[in-house]
Design a protein. Structure first.
Length: 199
C-alpha cells in the first residue's frame, strides 16, 4: 500500500489519506547561478496538512493497480490510515516508504519530514549564455510591439552632419569673379568704366 501511495503522490502531486490528512508535492523553481554558469535543479518538497481532500482519485488508482473492487480498496485504505494514525501516536517516528516519516510534535500535531532525494536527481546543469547579435526577435516597447533590429536602428547614435557652408561660399565667389576677370582682360588695361576714348 505504501508504494502505491507514493506512486500516486508522485504522479498527481496530491494524495488524500482518509482520517489523517493530505500529502502534496510543492516544487520550487530552478535557480540560475550566472557567475558559475550553472542552472540548479528545481527542488520538490512533500508537504503534509491535516485537512482532507477528496480521495476518489487515489481509490480509483488503487482499484486499477490492485484489481480489487472499489469497496475493497476503500476498506483497505481506511484500515491502513487508521493503523498509521495509531502507530504515529505510539511511536516517535513512523517511516512511510519512499516518502519520509510522520512524527508528532510537542503540541500533539502530526507532522511530516520528507526523505531527502539522492543528490544524483538534483545535479546542476552547465549553461553558458550565448548571445546571437544577428538574431531578430519581438520586443514590447511601451504598448507597441516592435523588433530588436528596429530599436537598435532607432537608438543608434546619429552621425553628425558637418556644416560645409563655406565651400558653397567659395564656389559662388569664384563663379562671380570669373566674369569680372574676363571683362577686365578684354579691355587690356583700359579704363573699363564710363566713357573712354580709345586712341
Amino acid at each position: 500500500m505504501q508504494n502505491q501511495i507514493a506512486a500516486y503522490l508522485f504522479q498527481n502531486k496530491s494524495c488524500s489519506l482518509p482520517g489523517l490528512g493530505t500529502l502534496s508535492i510543492q516544487t520550487s523553481a530552478a535557480g540560475s547561478d550566472f557567475t558559475n554558469k550553472l542552472i540548479t535543479a528545481p527542488k520538490a518538497s512533500v508537504q503534509f496538512t491535516e485537512s482532507e481532500t477528496d480521495s476518489t482519485g487515489l481509490l480509483d488508482y488503487l482499484a486499477a493497480t490492485t484489481g480489487g473492487t472499489k469497496y475493497e480498496v476503500t476498506e483497505a485504505l481506511d484500515h491502513f490510515c487508521d493503523d498509521l494514525r495509531n502507530i504515529i501516536t505510539r511511536q516517535p517516528e513512523v517511516q512511510l516508504e519512499n516518502l519520509g516519516s510522520f512524527f508528532v510534535d510537542a503540541s500533539g500535531k502530526i507532522n511530516f519530514k520528507q526523505q531527502q532525494l539522492p543528490s544524483a536527481f538534483t545535479q546542476p546543469v552547465f549553461a553558458e549564455r550565448v548571445i546571437h547579435p544577428d538574431a531578430e526577435h519581438q520586443i514590447l516597447v511601451g504598448d507597441k510591439e516592435t523588433t530588436n533590429t528596429v530599436m537598435t536602428e532607432l537608438l543608434a547614435p546619429k552621425a553628425e552632419t558637418k556644416d560645409r557652408w563655406w565651400i558653397w561660399a567659395i564656389v559662388l565667389g569664384i563663379t562671380g569673379l570669373i566674369p569680372l576677370l574676363i571683362y577686365f582682360t578684354e579691355f587690356n588695361g583700359a579704363f573699363p568704366f564710363g566713357n573712354a576714348i580709345k586712341i
